[in-house]
Design a binder for this molecule. Structure first.
Ligand code: WQD
Length: 334
């Protein structure tokens, strides 16, 4: 199929594009490069031997998006394009609501105009909010979040659900990611955010590469086995394969379906740091500092629905995630 991947030059988008190309699909990337580099596109070509079509556009701009659909026959869309920095969203809520909601609504309008009826949406475990017990299951209320970024995911899920009600022949799969980390085995693509990383693993990578002095572990006094927060870390290649499976599912089914993509296991910050040190044979300088506002002590996925509906489950280990993260971080650009 011909797949439009919005945000396809980004961390998860580039890994998903690799899996799509390897599976024989044609890929068209639309990305404004706000939080990505064109080198990801050329590295995708190095990895797969195939070069995706690339359009540097803003997906919230209808004319720019229409141009892509006019030039390319699009069979389905995987929609990653969004601002995604939790802390930044608190400072710039309007930019986040404008960009993340307009891009989804504009995409739906243009898909309708061109008769494209299949969408996989990049959602997040953040939609489960702070009040659900873990492991999170899809039928739990997913109607709140703790940041404007997270709220855009809740609202986009609502928009897609209501759109599917109004358009019964449309298919939307809402993939709720837990904590994607790791990188493609080539070391050519990975998580390389602009500026100081907010997320744990890219920060660890910069410390390991000597670009940052030390890691601060945010809180060592939580009610968890070792006092540090637990998360469901998922290898980004497993996550990418999950998108391929979701695309196949969307092609065979109508309506909206929310699906968790996680391992179903909770791993603490200290466990991840220790695994990183062990598998890469290094000492990582870190201190335990105060808690970070908004952090939940622990959550992970119930991943049974992905296995039942998509035939998908995570296969990579924490060691694989740590090894591949370092393989990428030591070569990364910044
Ligand atoms: C993980 C753990 C931190 C940095 C976020 C978004 C979520 C999703 C994934 C997009 C926490 C600790 C971190 C550091 C640390 N993104 N940490 N020192 O917060 O679980 O989820 O990314 O969908 O929406 O909220 O991920 O990697 O930021 O933090 O101790 O320098 O690592 O306190 O316990 P998080 P994270």
């Amino acid at each position: 199929m011909n797949i439009l991947v919005t945000g396809g030059a980004g961390y998860i988008g580039s890994h998903t594009t690799v899996e799509l190309l390897n599976a024989g699909h044609k890929v068209i990337i639309a990305d404004n490069l706000y939080n990505a580099h064109y080198t990801a596109v050329s590295n995708i070509a190095k990895i797969t031997g195939k070069t995706p079509a690339f359009y540097q556009i803003n997906c919230a701009c209808r004319n720019q998006l229409r141009h892509v659909f006019t030039e390319q026959k699009i069979d389905a869309v995987i929609h990653f394009a969004a601002y995604k920095a939790v802390g930044e969203s608190v400072k710039k809520p309007l930019e986040y609501y404008r960009n993340n909601l307009d891009s989804t609504m504009t995409l739906l309008e243009v898909m309708e105009e061109f008769g494209c009826k299949s969408l996989v949406f990049s959602s997040s475990a953040t939609v489960y909010g702070p009040n659900n017990p873990h492991p999170y299951k899809e039928e739990m209320p997913a109607i709140q979040s703790s940041s404007p970024y997270g709220w855009t995911k809740v609202m986009n899920e609502r928009i897609l659900t209501d759109y599917c009600t109004a358009h019964p022949d449309f298919s939307a799969v809402l993939l709720r990611y837990f904590n994607p980390i790791g990188a493609h085995e080539s070391g050519l693509i990975g998580d390389d955010p602009n500026g100081i990383p907010n997320n744990l693993m890219p920060y660890i990578g910069r410390v390991a590469a000597g670009k940052l002095e030390k890691l601060t572990i945010f809180g060592g006094d939580y009610d968890t086995p070792d006092g540090t927060c637990q998360r469901d870390y998922l290898h980004v290649v497993d996550l990418a394969v999950g998108h391929l499976k979701a695309l196949e599912y969307a092609a065979e089914h109508k309506g909206v379906e929310a699906i968790n993509l996680g391992t179903g296991n909770g791993v603490s910050v200290l466990e991840l740091v220790n695994a990183f040190q062990k598998v890469n044979g290094m000492k990582l300088p870190y201190v335990i500092g105060p808690r970070r506002d908004g952090d939940l002590p622990a959550f992970w996925a119930d991943a049974s629905k992905a296995k039942e509906l998509l035939g998908w489950e995570a296969t990579h280990t924490v060691e694989d995630m740590c090894r591949s993260s370092w393989q990428f971080a030591k070569n990364a650009s910044i």
